[in-house]
Design a protein around this ligand. Structure first.
Ligand code: AMP
Ligand code: GLY
Length: 431
């Protein structure tokens, strides 16, 4: 089979890695991929949102299944275009992907479906937004409705901060993404990323992961796309996941199907688990998380990628091969970012990346913001440069492996957190 993975980040490297492991004889392409995927697949130099070029490449290379990694090509309609060409593709239609690309839409779907989420209001004009802020208790969270690459949600301690952020977003600080905003109540609790595979009707909940969104250790500093992730997560009990299924995924999938825009692919619910145990939805993503995928995929038994192929080919049976969804080992992923991330990451810095002999066989290194210069030397090209997944029998052991490997990779300005999975390690210590 010929398989194409669209995207070039750490998540896509992990997807290519899982496909290669599960089906060694497949021919795998990545568009555009990165120096990490180049070792496992053929990279095609096409940006993920160049929809016409990707459709052209699918036809030219006779791609059987396309797996879309990032949100931008989903929002740009890549899956719709491929389905018009009768090509199998893993990922929701642009209409269904609005669960991520429009927070206003996601809130409306949740309201209609009765899904627990923070009280909120949506605004396209500044004056009523400012009035709402004036009338509500701080802290408040101001969110750009559109896609903003992890920069779209700002937790504001005071009403004055909220007013300032609302003004900036609606004034165009995030381009068109912030012309419409959602203002919502601040929720206290522990965050959990729960992802479910679905063909539009049936669903399989994947083992949850926990992301570390803040730049600094102990969850301080600005929000980022994610500085690390791990699984399994102790708070994700069977009882909690049963609630997430019946209170979040089932009603949302039913609601979007009833609207004539059934959702197929992977649906990511970013949850706040409230002190009373309620799973409240902070956001939906229409894709795998990054860096959650780099922890989740290596933690699962081989065979996982067959689910993606079967959903794309519309022959999925969620009951068979369910065991591929069992967590076989703990995984902890540490992101190595460039100096200046997330605001203005430094680029072009040389990277020293030791080989497996030095790094050990209990770690996997996934590329994201890297490129090879004319001499073949690895350099940084973006905010999140590499992610390092440590594996082990327990989260503590996996975290230690991840940290040890992260230490050994060198580039100037390397910015990373040594405390990924700290909550879990604390929990295990207290048990
Ligand atoms: P979002 O893009 O909506 O997931 O927001 C990004 C991050 O902002 C989340 O992962 C949370 O850490 C934080 N956040 C978003 N909404 C809220 C909320 N209502 N209460 C507390 N924190 C939030
Ligand atoms: N790590 C959060 C995300 O992928 O959106």
């Amino acid at each position: 089979m010929n398989v194409l993975v669209v995207g070039g980040g750490g998540r896509e490297h992990a997807l290519v890695w899982a496909l290669r492991r599960d089906a060694p004889s497949d021919t795998i392409f990545a568009a555009p991929g990165n120096p990490g995927t180049a070792a496992l697949a053929t990279n095609l130099p096409i940006p993920p949102t160049a929809v016409d070029q990707i459709v052209g490449a699918v036809l030219r290379h006779d791609i059987d299944v396309t797996i879309v990694g990032p949100e931008a090509p989903l929002a740009a309609g890549l899956t719709d275009r491929l389905r018009e060409q009768e090509r199998a593709v893993f990922g929701p239609s642009a209409a269904a992907a609005q669960l991520e690309s429009s927070k206003a839409y996601a809130k409306e779907v949740m309201r209609r479906a009765g899904v627990p989420t923070a009280a909120s209001a949506t605004f396209a004009d500044l004056t009523p937004a400012l009035a709402y802020i004036h009338d509500h208790a701080e802290p408040l969270v101001v969110k750009a409705s559109g896609l903003a690459a992890g920069k779209g949600a700002v937790v504001c301690a005071t009403r004055a901060d909220a007013a300032q952020i609302a003004r900036a977003m609606m004034g165009g600080s995030l381009g068109d993404a912030g012309r419409e905003i959602v203002i919502e109540q601040f929720l206290q609790g522990e965050e959990l990323s729960v992802l479910a595979l679905t063909d539009g009707e049936r669903l399989l909940i994947l083992p949850p992961a926990q992301d570390h969104k803040r730049l600094g250790e102990r969850d301080t500093g600005p929000n980022t796309g994610g500085m690390g992730a791990y699984c399994p997560v102790g708070i994700a009990t069977d009882e909690l996941l049963a609630r997430v299924r019946t209170e979040v995924f089932e009603p949302v999938l039913r609601e979007v199907a009833a609207q004539g825009t059934p959702y197929e692919g992977v649906l990511y619910a970013g949850l706040m688990i409230l002190p009373d145990g309620t799973p409240s939805v902070l956001e939906f993503n229409a894709r795998f998380g990054d860096p959650e995928a780099q922890a989740l995929l290596p933690a699962l038994l081989p065979g996982f990628s067959e689910h993606l192929v079967a959903i794309a080919q519309r022959r999925w049976d969620p009951v068979t091969s369910q065991q591929a969804l069992t967590v076989e080992r703990a995984a902890v992923t540490t992101v190595l970012a460039a100096r200046g991330y997330p605001e203005s990451p430094e680029k072009g810095v040389a990277i020293r990346l030791p080989g497996t002999a030095e790094l050990g066989d209990d770690v996997l290194v996934f590329h994201a913001g890297t490129y090879r210069d004319n001499e073949g030397r690895l350099r940084t090209s973006g905010g999140r440069v590499l992610s390092v997944t440590g594996l082990g029998q327990t989260v503590a052991v996996a975290a230690e492996a991840s940290r040890r490997c992260a230490e050994k990779i060198a580039f100037e300005g390397k910015t990373w957190r040594r405390d990924i999975a700290w909550r879990e390690i604390q929990r295990a210590g207290a048990a």
